[in-house]
Design a binder for this molecule. Structure first.
Ligand SMILES: Nc1nc2c(ncn2[C@@H]2O[C@H](COP(=O)(O)OP(=O)(O)OP(=O)(O)O)[C@@H](O)[C@H]2O)c(=O)[nH]1
Ligand SMILES: [Mg+2]
Length: 537
């Protein structure tokens, strides 16, 4: 049996151990606009994964970023869907996942966080810890994953660094360990001092920031000689550095691993400054692949049998390949092209013939992959988010939770001759988890009702149906704000609720009730004591 031959390789084979240990799988998270995609692009630049860095908002003759590849992302300059990028750096293999900051897309971000070992939290130096950062932090904290903090946009007027560090501690309840300390901010930004070595890294503006910046270092004593640092300014800096030492804010890898401390780095992603310092410390200290919870207990990366789970599905990434890709996070075992495993949810064999290494919307067929890696699998509709693929058919990784939708709208197809495309597109978007789709049980025409967590998701559905499937649609908003599964009753319950409640079914024919207010749900229950309402997710 295949699993027997793998056993010898898995646990004992030092080459595989080494592959596992050199992997770093992480997500970049923050409030919208803090600079996640910009930092991602610069990490790629410093990882030599791209030769020239692009901009989130590309002007004429300039390039777009690698990770915001979707048309709507480029038009609006925001990230809508998470992106996977794999590249080597300093004998390590990084699996980087750039995530959307906007709350309306947070379900996508949460799914991504289910597939990583650590997170890079980006803060805007002028804004500090913003609400969405806090929410995402809580998810990381629940999963116990370590967080590395990059305080970005130091080239712009920033808040006092001590206040920023203090805010991390107060708001997030996690000790901050500044790894470097900024020299000024905004037009007066000069660079950073690395705390451990007391070396000064000088900031130099570069043209267009497309290439790695030259790095000029001097000793702390040399800084004192510079005109800008006369008149007591240097002494104040020195005092601050001594204060940090006295406050016992030193980096302790064990506390970081336990999620009790976050190393803090200052820089400017746009200007390529502080990126290499960050990356070097990150690859050194971020955790290698860890065990994942399953119905059979935690599955360690060194477990000899192959296993992984699907955390994301995305279609039409590449105009040349208009197909759907399922993103598999490998948890254990060596993945080999052409191997056979089981798609555990269906019990069917999964022949893994064309595994891809993903680099945003680009792909390349690979021969092998290891725990920590994210592999793209061509998806003809067999895979769903949360599915387990393993050589053990009974294995199930923990399900990825869904969010409760709060906005509902009727989606109309403008052109009946495109009905097939319309249906196909919508089915795909539902599989991706970009939207949930319901149908009014009483409607004469089978028009889909979209259910979403955030309103921007409506825009994404309409834009993607138009761009990717050539279908123009109309949207009619409903006043409903909550959905509940309706159980304990066969068929629609009777009652005179005069349009205040809508009864629909989902794609699996389960009944769902939509309400505009909590009181309407109570009313329905009073009128029909035999029915039950259950969370819709
Ligand atoms: N001045 C300055 N601007 C920056 C810096 N980093 C990013 N920006 C700008 O901030 C804006 C937002 O950057 P993004 O990288 O798209 O931010 P994001 O966190 O990915 O945003 P979402 O994915 O939409 O949540 C862009 O206009 C960037 O050019 C920086 O270091 N300095
Ligand atoms: Mg972004």
């Amino acid at each position: 049996m295949e699993s027997v031959s793998q056993e010898g390789q898995g646990v004992r084979n030092p080459a595989i151990r080494k592959e596992i240990e050199r992997r770093r799988t992480f997500a970049i998270i923050s409030h919208p606009d803090a600079g996640k995609t910009t930092l991602t692009e610069k990490l790629l630049l410093y990882g030599n994964a791209i030769a020239l860095a692009g901009n989130v908002r590309a002007r004429r003759n300039s390039r777009n970023t690698t990770s915001d590849w979707m048309a709507m992302e480029r038009e609006r300059g925001i990230t809508i869907t998470s992106t996977v990028l794999q590249f080597p750096y300093a004998d390590r293999v990084l699996n980087l996942l750039d995530t959307p900051g906007h709350q309306d897309f947070s379900e996508d971000t949460y799914r991504t966080l289910a597939a990583v070992e650590s997170a890079v939290m980006v803060l805007d130096a002028a804004k500090g810890v913003e609400p969405q950062t806090r929410r995402l932090f809580e998810v990381c904290s629940k999963r116990g994953i370590p967080i590395f903090t990059f305080i970005n946009k130091m080239d712009r007027p920033a808040r006092n660094p001590l206040a920023l560090v203090d805010e991390i501690e107060k708001v997030l309840g996690m000790q901050a360990a500044p790894m470097n300390w900024p020299l000024g901010d905004g037009p007066d930004f000069h660079g950073v001092v690395e705390r451990r070595s007391r070396e000064v890294f000088l900031y130099e503006r570069t043209i267009r920031n497309e290439r790695q910046s030259p790095e000029r270092r001097i000793g702390l004593a040399e800084l004192r000689q510079q005109a800008d640092w006369a008149n007591g300014r240097f002494d104040r800096l020195k005092e601050n550095l001594d204060l940090l030492d006295a406050l016992d804010m030193d980096f302790e890898p064990k506390r970081v691993a336990a999620g009790k401390q976050t190393p803090v780095f200052f820089g400017s992603a746009l200007n390529n400054f502080g990126v290499r310092l960050f990356l070097d410390a990150f690859v050194e200290n971020a955790p290698a692949p860890q065990p994942y919870a399953s119905n059979a207990g935690p599955v360690a990366p060194s477990h000899p049998e192959f296993s992984g789970f699907i955390f994301k599905i995305q279609a039409n990434m590449d105009p040349k390949h208009r197909d759907s890709v399922a993103f598999l996070r490998i948890v254990s075992g060596r993945f080999e092209r052409g191997m056979t495993a089981v798609h555990c949810q269906s019990g069917r064999a999964a022949r893994l013939q064309r595994p891809y290494r993903m680099f945003a919307n680009e792909r390349e067929v690979i021969e092998e992959a290891f725990p920590g890696d994210v592999v793209g699998l061509p998806n003809n509709g067999a895979y769903a988010i949360g599915d387990t693929i393993s050589s053990r058919s009974e294995l199930r990784f923990e399900p990825i939770p869904r969010f409760q939708p709060e906005y509902f709208a009727l989606l109309g197809n403008q052109d009946i001759s495109k009905q097939k495309h319309f249906n196909k597109g919508l089915r795909q978007l539902e599989t991706e988890g970009a939207v949930q789709v319901l149908y009014d049980v009483d409607a004469l025409r089978r028009e889909p009702i979209l259910a979403v967590v955030g309103q921007l998701q409506f825009d994404v559905v309409q834009a993607r149906l138009e761009n990717e499937y050539g279908v123009e649609t109309t949207l009619g908003r409903f006043p409903f704000t909550m959905a509940r599964y309706l159980t304990g009753e066969n068929g629609k319950p009777p009652g005179a609720w005069q349009g205040r409640i809508l009864i629909a079914h989902d794609s699996e024919e389960r009944l769902v009730a939509l309400f505009a207010a909590e009181s309407h749900a109570k009313f329905l229950l009073q009128q029909n004591p035999e029915i039950r309402l259950e969370p819709f997710a």
